[in-house]
Write a new protein. Structure first.
Length: 140
């Protein structure tokens, strides 16, 4: 399986509840390496730009308000099959449908405040990593 990089975000509901370390421990236990990480506050405009693929969906405006409501931790995870592996560790978007033991099943507050973001393909991973990180900031 290929070594990949994926963009992960620990969302404001999780940073507010001090869950950054517990979430990162799950990535590391699953063999993903944290090769870049920073904590920041997204402006509303930055959230809208990041989630532009969802512009027009009914959840877009509340999602962007939520994502700019508190600090996030943006990070690059590296490992074999990292994109799919990260999404498996996160679980389904809706925590009510997420498998037991996943981040979203265990920590999410709602389908919106679902604790984590992960890229969904090699193309979006490359775009999303470049949205937050320069090459010098990623240390494999
Ligand atoms: N979202 C929401 N309501 C929905 C679907 C999605 O609030 O009905 C939010 C949720 O925070 C989700 C994000 O929008 O994580 C992006 O949606 P996507 O379908 O890309 O889900 P993901 O890839 O994050 O599982
Ligand atoms: Mg998505």
């Amino acid at each position: 399986m290929p070594v990949e990089r994926t963009l992960s975000i620990i969302k404001p509901d999780a940073t507010r509840r001090n869950l950054t370390g517990r979430i990162n421990a799950r990535f590391e236990a699953a063999g993903l390496r944290l090769v870049a990480q920073k904590r920041l506050s997204l402006t509303r405009a930055a959230a809208e730009q990041f989630y532009r693929v969802h512009a027009g969906r009914p959840f877009f405006a509340p999602l962007c308000a939520f994502m700019s409501s508190g600090p996030v931790v943006v990070q690059v995870l590296e490992g074999e099959d990292a994109i799919a592996r990260n999404r498996a560790i996160m679980g389904a978007t809706d925590p009510a449908k997420a498998e037991k033991g996943t981040i979203r099943a265990d920590f999410a507050e709602s389908i919106e405040a679902n604790s984590a973001h992960g890229s969904d393909s090699p193309e979006t991973a490359a775009q999303e990593i470049a949205f937050f990180f320069s090459a010098l900031e990623i240390v494999g």
